[in-house]
Design a protein around this ligand. Structure first.
Ligand code: CA
Length: 166
């Protein structure tokens, strides 16, 4: 479900944008779907529900992408912002997400926010729940490693560190 966005940057000369969201899994072509375009609006409400096909998910490392663009007639559409969710996060914590993104064009002072809701099916959760827990642990380990200044190499499912943790 793509709910709404707030404080999007203005890309058109009239002081507005014409925002729409491109939804995809890892930006793969066959998974792409679009919201409607909301004309002349910086806080658009889409309120549209999309179904991502279960067979389009290839692994727990997939990213669900919400790329926000400004529609322009006949020319390339400007990027307004990106919100990307690792599949494991939406498996472990389904529901509504508020995502703040930095402006790609940083002349604006307020930060944009997009609100989406991701509700994986019971089948998808059952399929990926174990891997999602592992992925979350690995992310934690990686973050811990970064904060402690350790360097980890991910080799065939094993972590090898240049220093050992006490
Ligand atoms: Ca436009």
């Amino acid at each position: 479900m793509v709910d709404r966005a707030d404080n999007l940057p203005a890309m058109d000369r009239n002081g507005y944008s014409d925002p729409y969201v491109l939804i995809s899994i890892d930006r793969r072509k066959e998974t792409k779907q679009k919201t409607k375009v909301v004309k002349k609006c910086l806080s658009p409400v889409w309120n549209q529900v999309f179904k991502l096909k279960e067979e389009h998910f290839k692994s727990i490392n997939d990213i669900i992408c919400f790329d926000v663009f400004d529609y322009d007639f006949g020319v390339d559409h400007d990027v307004l912002g990106f919100a990307h969710f690792p599949l494991y996060k939406s498996i472990l914590a389904p529901g509504q997400w508020h995502v703040t993104f930095g402006h790609v064009h940083d002349d604006a002072k307020t930060r944009s926010e997009i609100i989406v809701e991701i509700n994986p099916s019971a089948e998808l959760i059952a399929k990926y729940i174990d891997e999602a827990k592992v992925a979350a642990e690995e992310t934690k380990v990686n973050e811990f490693a970064r904060t402690k200044g350790y360097w980890y190499l991910f080799i065939g499912g094993m972590y090898a560190s240049s220093h050992s943790i006490q």
